[in-house]
Design a protein around this ligand. Structure first.
Ligand SMILES: CC(C)(COP(=O)(O)OP(=O)(O)OC[C@H]1O[C@@H](n2cnc3c(N)ncnc32)[C@H](O)[C@@H]1OP(=O)(O)O)[C@@H](O)C(=O)NCCC(=O)NCCS
Length: 176
């Protein structure tokens, strides 16, 4: 499969997808690369989190290949959802480890960016550990601008890590 970019289909996630979403999330925990969680989470832990998503404004999507969920991505409100930041959202993106390095991460992030105008989002934020090289590469290629680097702000697997804040400005749709 190396070098081949598989076609995937994206749809809004349903609660029935939560076990697959949690499974993919937990695959990333041992890598210490992405999430600030240091232990696996459970479906029960995540039900409240899942129910806060809203397909009209702050969706969570799953990507499928041949009907199997291989990745998920979501948009969350910034700064606890204060209304002044309605047009700003933070992206999360998790690819199942068996599907890493096949171009899915970049393609899925590009797809999310394309959805932002209809969701009223004009600033997309990406926040990631400063050793997450894949996210840095994807963001650079998609036009994100690094606007902050909070050094040594986290301890992951016993090591101090920093957080990069990157932003992509997305033009609002022209009024009809
Ligand atoms: C980060 C992540 C989304 C990347 O997805 P992916 O589908 O493997 O990435 P892609 O195949 O699109 O690769 C994008 C680039 O990153 C590089 N890359 C991918 N994995 C890498 C790794 N482990 N180390 C270094 N570079 C890597 C690729 O070579 C490619 O480089 P290019 O710019 O030269 O083409 C995926 O590794 C993942 O889900 N990680 C766990 C969760 C996470 O970190 N999410 C982001 C923060 S929310």
């Amino acid at each position: 499969m190396e070098g081949v970019v598989p076609e995937f289909e994206v749809r809004n996630a349903t609660e029935a997808d939560l076990p697959a979403i949690v499974e993919i999330y937990n695959q990333s925990v041992p890598g210490g690369w992405s999430t600030a969680d240091t232990k696996p989470v459970t479906v029960a832990d995540r039900i409240g989190w899942f129910r806060n998503f809203d397909p009209a404004k702050r969706p969570i999507w799953v990507a499928e290949i041949d009907g199997q969920i291989v990745a998920w991505t979501s948009l969350s409100s910034f700064y606890a959802g204060r209304p002044a930041y309605d047009a700003t959202a933070e992206i999360s993106l998790y690819i199942g480890t068996a599907y890493h390095r096949r171009g899915i991460g970049r393609d899925l992030k590009r797809w999310v960016i394309e959805q932002c105008p209809r969701l009223g989002i004009t600033t997309l934020l990406s926040m990631y550990f400063d050793h997450n090289d894949a996210t840095a590469r994807i963001n650079e290629s998609l036009g994100f601008e690094q606007c902050g680097h909070l050094r040594d702000i986290a301890v992951v697997q016993g090591q101090k890590r920093g957080l990069i804040i990157a932003a992509l400005r997305i033009p609002a749709p022209e009024p009809a």
